[in-house]
Design a binder for this molecule. Sequence first.
Ligand SMILES: O=C(O)c1ccccc1NCC(=O)[C@H](O)[C@H](O)COP(=O)(O)O
Length: 261
Amino acid sequence: MNILDKIVLDKRKEVDLRKGLIPVSQLEQSVLFSRETVSLAERLKISKSGIIAEHKRRSPSKSIINNSLNTQDVASGYENAGVCGMSVLTDGKYFGGSLDDLLTARASCNLPLLRKEFIIDEYQILEARAYGADVILLIAAILTREEIKQLSEIAKSLNLNVLLEVHNEEELHKSIMPSLDMLGVNNRNLKTFEVSLETSKSLSSIIPNDFVKVSESGISNVNAIKELQPYGYKGFLIGENFMKTDNPGASATEFIKELEL
Ligand SMILES: O=C(O)c1ccccc1NCC(=O)[C@H](O)[C@H](O)COP(=O)(O)O
């Protein structure tokens, strides 16, 4: 069983529990549910740097990354740095995140927010909308083509962008459909946790041009972005590199300054 299998097993139990605690009608009545969303895909198309900065306390591959951060400071710091969007990990057990982090980020900045979650049920998309997200992540490795279609169409009907994440060619071929906005290639091998930009490079030519290309994980310096841009990548999801510092916003500011030199 790999890490994704374990996470999904726990996630099914968690979602059933949450459904019992907060009914769909309550999510739909929340103030943020009808908020006008912002398109991350459109921002990435016109951005020079394309940084999507992540809020990430810990992870299965690195254990604790930053336990002393203040979500409000991280969100406003990222916004001041000029990032295109912010990703908020909401999984508690493996990443130390929560929906409250998403809500805090929403209250602290106007950036398009990605709910970074292991989505297996439409209920989680309604939660994303109710807690202020603009974008959801769908992971091809844990969903069938039919599930990707159903979940992405629900997200689109709620005016949310969809970022579909793949790790290999097979996942990419099974997932291509018009209800996706962005295609993310994750550079982290989930069996070994090794990261390699070669994954993004090798898959780039088979991603249709209709989708905004995003490279995810293991981006630790400006050179990585300069290496990936010629392959058509417009978005770069960065977590650990910013979050391991005392001031993720300042770290993002320096990074973007260097990138735009
Ligand atoms: O980060 C992990 O260890 C991990 C393990 C299993 C599933 C997902 C995982 N990470 C989620 C992400 O996609 C990353 O947080 C994101 O791409 C940023 O990566 P990084 O810049 O390397 O922190």
